[in-house]
Design a protein around this ligand. Sequence first.
Ligand SMILES: [Cu+2]
Length: 304
Amino acid sequence: MPVEASNHAADIDALFFFITDVSVILFLLITVVSVAFLWLYRRKGKALFTSPISHNNRLEITWTIIPTILVFVVFFWGFRSYLDMQVIETDAMEIKVTGKKWFWAFDYPNGVNSVNELVVPEGKPLKFLISSEDVLHSFYIPAFRAKMDAVPNRYSVIGTRPTKQGTFDIFCTEYCGKSHSEMIGKVRVVSTTEYNKWLEEAESGGNVSPAEFGAKLYVSKACATCHSVDGSANTGPTWKGIYGTKHKMADGKEVIVDENYLRQSMLEPNANVVAGYQPVMPTYQGILKDKQIDALIAYIKSLK
Ligand SMILES: [Cu+2]
């Protein structure tokens, strides 16, 4: 089992082990009794037959009632655990979770956002407001024992509270296309002071040059899943040495790769689609702040 890092992880695990234990016990019991009866009541000689018993009411009622009770226990236990995850504590911090082909975007209450990296303070009640911008995805944090579909045009909710500091996996568990398996992220549960520090740096990059900040954003905003910086083609074109060159678009026109073109490529990727590529780049409108766009442009310019 992954570590238990949220308030309801222990409850979900207990239910899981209850179901497993009951299944194992019943399986063993039924198998042992079946094999024993096969042996005990085999035909022993030509003239001997087993007694003509057709049924036994007491036995049948017993083995109907006991499993029925078990099924009800599992149902109510599971239903209560599910409802627990839908209950939002009054002082919960709301984080918007958006699935896109193929990354997770997180919006924090004070306007900061991050991609594929979710940072939350330990012990703070959270409300994940989950949706999708394109197809069905499913937001899953195994260590929190929390999973919920991300459905386009609709919100779903998880209420949870991280109880352990550390870095844990985020997966998409709904097959959503070519790079579904790369739609992975990390949740970092940190102390409140560290969280506040992170919020500040996420906004401005801290004390690094624009190109260095851009290099960080290249990874943290998931550009790296589709763009290489070493000249090799991926889902998207490489960034190596593109600044100042002429690029042919799918509609035949030629465009000079300058600051304005780079900016537009991030905010309206479908306005100019590079020849030979599919128009699959998601828009970063609302995700990248001006300062971050500037940093990414500086980084692309630095890749000679
Ligand atoms: Cu997905």
